[in-house]
Ligand binder design. Structure first.
Ligand code: SF4
Length: 377
């Protein structure tokens, strides 16, 4: 049976933050003096893809901190997107928001602009942890922001949390998590803190000022977290992501995980179409310069061969509960996974890391906990 191709997704990177969080390595700057120049350049960049991308069924405003832009500016961006591309009826239109930025009224304006999904970066319900992470809100404003999103009529509210802080006891994390669950978010992302090189917390770690977590502790946090959230009625559909029903899983992010094309606009944004991936300058001045001179602000690109795509599909597929569709995998990459990797797969089934039936390989919860190992299949 012929499958209809899923529509591409559109990502827009807003590269401004009020301050930088200690763990963050996303591209953003704290000088908002270039907001107007950015908007002008973004409008040009949108127009430059008019011929290459016809339409989208998801739009995602991420960053950085898109909620820093006022509603008028967000409206300008969305209007231009609608003017240039065909946006499907019922498209998922998401904005990432910092709890410190938006009250009920601002959120209601976003709703009226067609934004139908809001993802709030709460990260913790413990003020000391928020201070450690360098967040600029406290847990009171996080709670207020979630309530405001409900009151503004959002029917699809996501909440991001971070766990595994140095020295954090599981009970402390569980308290934060349960507070988050008490708001009944439609979607929950729980990321393990990664002390990335080049970030303030990463530097502290390199200087020996932060204790690394043991593998056992990481495993314990992952397994218990998944258990608590699934017991609360959510589907653990991707390593770090949970949804209250599969229809509440992020339609946009799932495109990244199954090689659906996506267009990324704004500094540092990545795009993918067919076998080509390209990405923009991770520098607002370079981004502005290229668009001013009439060029797309692309820093570099790569062409992926069938083998590269097959390896990626394996890596990404084993991070998702739905796993890998064996027939699709064979028809796309010419590889019969069961035939070629039979002994290893049997070993993993025995170890309780995956489940296999005639059509699918799926990671179990224990398998998701070691997904990086599974990707070495
Ligand atoms: S608000 Fe988000 S994008 Fe900005 S520094 Fe913090 S984590 Fe990074």
């Amino acid at each position: 049976m012929e499958q209809t191709k899923p529509a591409p997704g559109l990502y827009i990177h807003v590269p401004f933050c009020v301050s930088k969080c200690g763990y963050c390595d996303f591209y953003s700057i704290t000088d908002t003096g270039l907001v107007e120049a950015y908007l002008k350049a973004l409008i040009k960049e949108i127009g430059s893809y008019r011929e290459e991308f016809i339409g989208f069924d998801t739009v995602y405003l991420g960053g950085g901190t898109p909620s820093l832009l006022n509603a008028g500016r967000i409206g300008t961006i969305l209007e231009e997107v609608h003017r240039t591309f065909r946006i499907a009826a019922g498209a998922e239109i998401t904005i990432e928001a910092n709890p410190a930025d938006l009250g009920k009224d601002e959120m209601a304006v976003l709703r009226s602009l067609g934004v139908n999904r809001i993802n709030i970066g709460v990260q913790s319900f413990d003020d000391k942890e928020l201070a450690f992470l360098g967040r600029r809100h406290d847990c009171r404003s996080a709670a207020a922001s979630l309530e405001a999103a409900h009151d503004a009529g959002f029917a699809n509210i996501g909440l991001d949390l971070i766990y595994g802080l140095p020295g954090q006891a599981f009970n402390a994390w569980q308290t934060s998590l349960e507070k988050g669950l008490s708001f009944h978010p439609d979607h929950l992302s729980c990321y393990e803190l990664d002390l990335k090189v080049g970030t303030p917390l990463g530097r502290k770690y390199e200087q020996g000022m932060l204790e690394p977590r043991t593998d056992e502790s990481q495993h314990e946090f992952f397994m218990k977290t998944s258990g608590i959230i699934e017991d609360a009625g959510y589907i653990h559909y991707e390593i770090s992501n949970f949804a209250r029903g599969i229809e509440k899983a992020s339609r946009h992010n799932r495109k990244y995980w199954d090689h659906t094309p996506y267009l990324g606009l704004g500094p540092s944004a990545h795009s993918f179409k067919g076998t080509r991936r390209w990405w923009n300058h991770e520098s607002l001045p370079d981004y502005l310069r290229d668009l001013k001179e009439g060029r797309r602000p692309v820093a570099a690109s790569e062409d992926l061969g069938t083998e590269d795509l097959a390896v990626e599909a394996l890596f990404l597929g084993l991070r998702m509960k739905k796993g890998i569709d064996l027939d699709r995998y064979r028809s796309l990459y010419g590889i019969d996974l069961v035939k070629e990797k039979g002994p290893r797969l049997s070993e993993w089934v025995r170890a309780g890391l995956i489940e296999i039936d005639a059509h699918t390989i799926r990671p179990t919860r224990s398998g998701m906990a070691v997904a990086d190992t599974l990707a070495l299949l």
